[in-house]
Design a protein. Sequence first.
Length: 303
Amino acid sequence: MLFKRFLRWFEHEPVDALMPVDDSDGTNNLLVLGALNTPRRTIRVQCMDCHLGGVRQSYVHGDHGLRCIKCGGVVELGATFQSVQINREWLPRALAQQMAGADQLPTMLIENRLWRLAHLKTKAGRVPVYLVRCGWGVNYDPTLDLLRAENGTRQIVLTTSTLLDGDLVEADRFIVPLMEVAKLETEGLWLNVEHLAELVSTPPPLWFRLTANADRLILGDEELLLRRGQRRFFRGLADAHGRGIKRVSTDSLLRRSKYRGKYTSLHQLMKPEFFRFIDHKNGEVWIRKEVVPAKSGGAADES
């Protein structure tokens, strides 16, 4: 799939990675759309002093002046080929224009990591939409801090990966993988703007109820009493379920509840009674569909 391939390149580390031109239809289409920069002559080099190897884009007349990027030593020239780089401005700009017209330009909030794309008109009012460039081993704390500092009670965050990071989940923030709402075709990028607006305007039905002051969780005919930080924990969990997120990062909820660092396990925070109402696995937690009968121990509800 063309879009999946592009997103994999877009996430690639380091940011300015060079990719060989393979003359495939996919590469040609991305070049025509402007998603890739113009191919350039590329040469393999190896330092004769520190032996660092790599590839460098260059012009023919400039090959003799190439120096090692580590020690500045003379490099030995190897094979040449054509390579391209991702045009990292293309995706944020294309998404912004899909939502707000050809004149809309995105704002980069964290270099090559976070963009504010546009404000989307919904039944709930104007909602800011962001793009997060994901990747392996990314520290999302700066992204989360900046999102918290942004104005607006509701946010839509588009992510380049379907592997959502729980640290981004908070009340009134809708995390949406691009692959679920966008397509990349030869004619260009298409974004399902209507679906994004519906996500904010029409919350999914819930199978439980949390009282207004979050002092009780009501599931079926049974109630669970909540105290202090437990209220913040369950409010965050309920907010996530209200946005259609089936499982939530336990660590992010502990942070929200001011428990992170103090507790490392839910069993330290909650009495056995709580686990009749919630279940947890692999660092994630969720509210059960039904309360486990007392003293039965019940099987985990994969809600």
